[in-house]
Design a protein around this ligand. Structure first.
Ligand SMILES: [Mn+2]
Length: 249
C-alpha cells in the first residue's frame, strides 16, 4: 500500500569534520510508527524548497537550534543560543509553500516557533530573561521520555479532540517560546505559567504544533502517539480531497 511521504527539514551538523544533513531517528520513528515514511530535506539551499516540497504529502518541523531573531524583526540578546539562517530560511519557505499548497503541517518545539515566525508571529529569545512574570522550568533536567510540567488544553480545539480535555503532563526542552501568535493561528494549550504550548489553524486542519517533544514520548504514551496518527490522518484527508478535485475536472 502507498504510504504518505512526510518531509522533515534536516539540520546541518558537523560530524568528524564533515557537514551532515541530520534528522533525529525519534522523528523518523514517530512518522513510520504512525504509518508514513520520512523524507529528510537538506536545508543548505532555501531556493530549492519548492522542488523538495513537490515530493512531500506532509511536512513535520522538528526540534532544533534557536531562530535568528532578524526573521521576526529583533536584534539578538546575549541569552540567544545557536542559530542557522539557512535552516531558518529553508523552513520559512517550506511553511509558506505548504500553506499556499494546502499541505498539512506538524510542528515540534522549534518547529512550532518557526511556523509562527514564518506566518508573521514572534517568539521570546529567552523565556527567563524576557518574560516579566513567573516562568516555570521549561528546560527540564529529567529524561526526555518523561513529562515534567502540565499543559491545559483549550476547549473545542483540534488538540482537545486528539488528546482529550483538561491537563496533560508533557516534557519540555526549550528556552524560546511563541510570544505573539501569527494571524490564522489560535492557541490550543497553555502551561500553568502562561507559556504557549500548542497552536493550530484557526479555519482548517492544516497546522498543529506543540512546544513539547511527543517524538520522545509516543512509545509509552498513547496520547502522544495519537498526535502523529492525527497528522497522518490530516495528510490522508488532504490527499483524498486533491484526488477528488482532479477526478472532477
Ligand atoms: Mn514547556
Amino acid at each position: 500500500m502507498t504510504k504518505s511521504i512526510i518531509g522533515i527539514p534536516a539540520e546541518d551538523r558537523i560530524v568528524n569534520g564533515l557537514h551532515r544533513n541530520s534528522v533525529n531517528q525519534a522523528d523518523v520513528a514517530a512518522v513510520t510508527t504512525a504509518g508514513g515514511v520520512a523524507l529528510p530535506i537538506p536545508t543548505r539551499n532555501p531556493e530549492l524548497m519548492a522542488n523538495y516540497i513537490a515530493l512531500c504529502d506532509g511536512l513535520m518541523f522538528p526540534g532544533g537550534p534557536d531562530i535568528a531573531p532578524r526573521f521576526y524583526g529583533e536584534e539578538p540578546i546575549p541569552e540567544l543560543g545557536d542559530t542557522d539562517s539557512l535552516l531558518d530560511e529553508s523552513e520559512i519557505q517550506l511553511v509558506k509553500l505548504a500553506v499556499i499548497q494546502g499541505i498539512p503541517i506538524l510542528g515540534l518545539c522549534r518547529g512550532m516557533q518557526i511556523i509562527n515566525v514564518a506566518l508573521g508571529g514572534t517568539v521570546y529569545q529567552d523565556l527567563n530573561q524576557q518574560r516579566n512574570r513567573q516562568t516555570f522550568q521549561h528546560y527540564q533536567k529529567a529524561p526526555m521520555d518523561q513529562g515534567t510540567h502540565s499543559v491545559s488544553v483549550t476547549p473545542e480545539t483540534r488538540l482537545e479532540s486528539i488528546i482529550g480535555s483538561g491537563d496533560h503532563l508533557v516534557n519540555s526542552h526549550h528556552h524560546e517560546a511563541v510570544k505573539a501568535l501569527a494571524s490564522g493561528l489560535k492557541l490550543s494549550a497553555l502551561a500553568k505559567d502562561g507559556v504557549i504550548e500548542c497552536m493550530e489553524s484557526e479555519d482548517n486542519d492544516l497546522i498543529l504544533a506543540v512546544q513539547w517533544h511527543p517524538e520522545f514520548m509516543f512509545e509509552s504514551n498513547e496520547q502522544m502517539a495519537s498526535l502523529f496518527r492525527d497528522f497522518l490522518q490530516r495528510v490522508d484527508h488532504h490527499l483524498k480531497e486533491a484526488a477528488d478535485q482532479n477526478s472532477g475536472d
